[in-house]
Design a protein around this ligand. Sequence first.
Ligand SMILES: [Cu+2]
Length: 472
Amino acid sequence: MKISRRGFIQTAASLAVASLSPVTALAAPPRQKLLRASSVEQALRPGARLTNFWGFNGGVPGPVLRFRKGETVRLLLQNALAVDTAVHWHGIRVQNAMDGVPFVTQNPVRSGEQFAYEFVVPDSGTFWYHPHQSSFEQVPRGLYGALIVEEDRPIEVDREWVWVLSDVRVGDDGRQVEDFGRILDFANDGRLGNQVLLNGKAAGSGHSFEVRSGERIRLRLINAAAARIFQLELPGHEMKVIAFDGQAVEPHVVESLTLGPGMRVDLVLDCMQSPGSRHLLNDVNRRSAGPIAEIAYRNVRAVRQKPSSAPIRLAPNVLREPDLASATEHYIMFQGGMRGAPAIGIVDGKPAKTHELMEEHGLAWTMNFTARHEHALMHEPFLNLHVGEHVVLKMINETDFVHPMHLHGHFFRVIAVDGKQLPLQPWRDTVLMGPRQTVDVAFVADNPGEWMFHCHILDHAAGGMMGTIQVG
Ligand SMILES: [Cu+2]
């Protein structure tokens, strides 16, 4: 069925299907992929009691969606949850109508209904998908998955791993603790789980990955956690970064890798330790330190004695380069939170102090002195840009908290932190803003529509740290 883009919202609303039986799936046109959101029961460890999740296609994470660069993607979302949902394709420069943001780009997909997404994937890289509806709840319940767009000419590696990192808050009975949406989480660091997950299973030293000495592995890391910031180290190995948020970067070695919610990193690992040895990938973030996984070298002959000499530089995607000399500057000020300076924000047209924001409105943060509820976003952009405008966003974090800020529909170059120019100025769709830090990003607003701009600590977003930028 071919539907005009403009007609999607109305049509999708009327597309209630009587049955979500497998027959519906079989009836889907060729090359249309099905994503079915439903309750899922899954054990975190072999033999452990089952934990209740919401997931796509019966698992957490959802299926790894793989496409070729430039391909037209057709995905049918079926909502078998009891609540409304939608799917956002994080990092994919889609047309606005396909961005999956309820109340902004589409109507929510009601329980028992479906929605057909169709878009081109213009960039190769590591992306992911998740709901943008009550995401502070729906994402940590398990609705997320990897979306990979293959390069025309991929780099040469022996194997590729896709690791989706996240966490879950479980009780002694193995069931999820369903304390979502607490204002104390909104106003602090967000809701952390008590169990880190790697591809839906308990992370830790028991989560083992076998390698052969000399192997070259491409590791695609995705942080799908609602609030957790990982800081990863892998002693005895060089972590060679080749892409941030899917976009190629000059390959460089890092000792420690910070991965905020929503962010992705592509690494090349040359596994040069001796056969039979074991090595831990650790999270060294002081708030959540612990092992994530074990790299176990098989006790067999090395596949090579020196690291592979094949080039690891990725061919870059085509992104319009912002011209800083002609760019317009826009300031975005962030205030609020439980600690630090009190803030006054406009909410529903009236000023409110921090404690009023929290107690009366369930909000904790302001962007440019305004706090927004998730459902009050439509047609109230806090920034209006014209199509083709070259832009520098100066983000001023006046809070005592870290915020991974995410812009939809575009990539930006991170050009400066605290006024100091960065050497690499990487393209990103999500950037970490440290406490009291100023971060400058630059981009060309070349994708028309109303685009979300929000903190990817999903409790912060729900607590007011979100808004939209209108392009055109
Ligand atoms: Cu935040």
